[in-house]
Design a protein around this ligand. Structure first.
Ligand SMILES: *Cc1c(COP(=O)(O)O)cnc(C)c1O
Length: 456
């Protein structure tokens, strides 16, 4: 026998699992995850990638670094407020606290005074009705798409949903609202043309098999030029004359008019104009968690709530808690970012640029994610070397800017002000990393991919 097989020195699984620091890791991660980490390190030693002596070291490094979930917090320096790739609306402090409070056992469907079962999410409903007094009732479901599916399924069944050809929209990542509606078994009855639809187009289509009329806000594009659409205030009386419910999918989540976004419809106005049911998302301009919010007439909401599908799309207790807290708490971050004072933003950007010895350039922010299409939000950005984009993204904290014309632009509109020091530190660290990795930085530039919000 020549030399001993080094693989015999690989520590045994039970020994590794018994190590105090591996045991301690068990408080933050499941036994299966810990076991997987242990066996991965053993496998690497068996393959000769590491020595048997390095096995424990590697396991300790892995259990020490590993956060409970893989989603990492990001500083959004893109200037896009509702950035779908970055999780849409950041929650307010009030909503974050409410989420944590609701995370354990909670009275989501229980009346603590009487000890009897109660209506699920009564607090979120009450907050919605207080914020939107035009609604007689409210229902919260999983997201805007689920709200649309529930509404068309409950109101049209296998009948027809009347919809203008100008409103057949794709909301992003390939999801098309007409396909979504058709998937429920309802039949789409398209009326009008891409650019012009008149009231007569709708009324001509009304028949025995019509289940409901749908008006969808074209949230992510504009048709301009020779156009005509039928406003809710004209469509509603025509629908009601023949007893058809009018559903308005507004998308953006505004409950009342926002002066900075004059083209954006809001729930209160739509209901006042006669819509029987309004659909909005919770995590767009409402500034809350992912949710689909249905507001409208009592009988219509009751029909939806009674439908078996309502159970499949219902909101979870965390979303209900966060919706309520978003509505009853102070102005949520999304609206604060939208209403940022341009002069203050400029001052703040200049101060940071000075610390970084970098120029400031004009940079328009955007609403993003299903709202304010084409509305620029004038602002500024710090212009850094393009090659910093990648190390900024992978640094700690992770910073996502916009790569444009050979520069990495950092827009502070959506960065909480208390993170300014962390952002400066992240840029300095990224500069250090690029200097180490690429000493010839000035001649050979690494091209970093930009960040463009792709989906709504
Ligand atoms: C965003 C949007 C939806 C989808 O809402 P989600 O909450 O993303 O499911 C539906 N309709 C319109 C008009 C939208 O803008």
């Amino acid at each position: 026998m020549s030399t001993e097989d080094p693989r015999r020195r690989i520590p045994r699984t039970d020994q590794l699992l018994a190590h105090p620091r591996v045991q301690a890791a068990g408080e933050a991660m499941s036994e299966r995850v810990v076991r997987d980490i242990v066996s991965a390190a053993q496998d690497r030693a068996r393959r000769g990638d590491i020595t048997p002596e390095q096995v424990l070291e590697e396991i300790l490094a892995a259990v020490g670094e590993r956060p409970a979930a893989s989603l990492r917090p990001v500083l959004n320096a893109t200037g896009v407020i509702v950035h779908t790739n970055l999780g849409r609306a950041p929650l307010s402090e009030a909503a974050r606290r409410a989420l944590a409070d609701a995370a354990g056992y909670t009275d989501v469907e229980f009346d603590l005074a009487t000890g009897a079962r109660s209506r699920r999410g009564a607090g979120a409903r009450a907050a919605l009705l207080a914020a939107c007094p035009e609604a007689e009732d409210a229902l919260v479901v999983n997201n805007g798409a689920a709200a649309l599916v529930l509404a068309t399924t409950a109101l049209a069944g296998t009948g027809e949903v009347v919809l203008s050809r100008g409103e057949m929209i794709e909301i992003g990542a390939g999801f098309r609202l007409p396909d979504l509606i058709a998937s429920t078994g309802a039949r789409l009855c398209e009326v009008g043309t891409t650019n012009r639809t008149h009231l007569g187009d709708y009324t001509d289509a009304f028949g025995d098999s019509t289940g409901c009329v749908l008006s969808i806000h074209t949230s992510n594009y504009r048709v301009i030029g020779f156009t005509s659409t039928v406003p809710i205030c004209e469509l509603a009386p025509a629908c009601h004359q023949v007893g058809l419910p009018l559903v308005a999918d507004l998308g953006s989540g505004l409950l009342e008019p926002e002066s900075l976004l004059p083209g954006e419809p809001d729930a209160r106005t739509a209901l006042r104009d006669g819509a029987d049911l309004v659909i909005t998302s919770g995590d767009k301009l409402l500034g809350g968690p992912q949710a689909g919010i249905l507001l409208g007439r009592r009988e219509v909401i009751a029909r939806l709530a009674r439908h078996p599908l309502a159970r499949a799309v219902r909101a979870d207790k965390l979303a209900l808690a966060a919706v309520e807290a978003t509505l009853t708490g102070p102005v949520p971050p999304v609206l604060a970012a939208l209403r940022t004072d341009a002069d203050e933003l400029r001052e703040r950007t200049m101060r940071m640029a000075e610390r970084l010895d970098a120029p400031v350039v004009e940079h328009d922010g955007r609403v993003g994610g299903g709202g304010g299409a084409e509305v620029p939000l004038p602002g500024w950005a710090i212009s850094l070397d393009e090659q910093l984009a990648a190390p900024l993204r992978t640094g700690d904290p992770s910073v996502v800017g916009t790569v444009r014309d050979g520069a990495c632009l950092l827009d502070l509109r959506c960065v909480p002000e208390e993170e300014d020091d962390a952002l400066v530190a992240a840029v300095l660290a990224a500069r250090k990393r690029t200097a180490r990795i690429d000493p010839a930085a000035d001649t050979e530039r690494a091209v970093a991919p930009g960040t463009e919000e792709d989906a709504r």
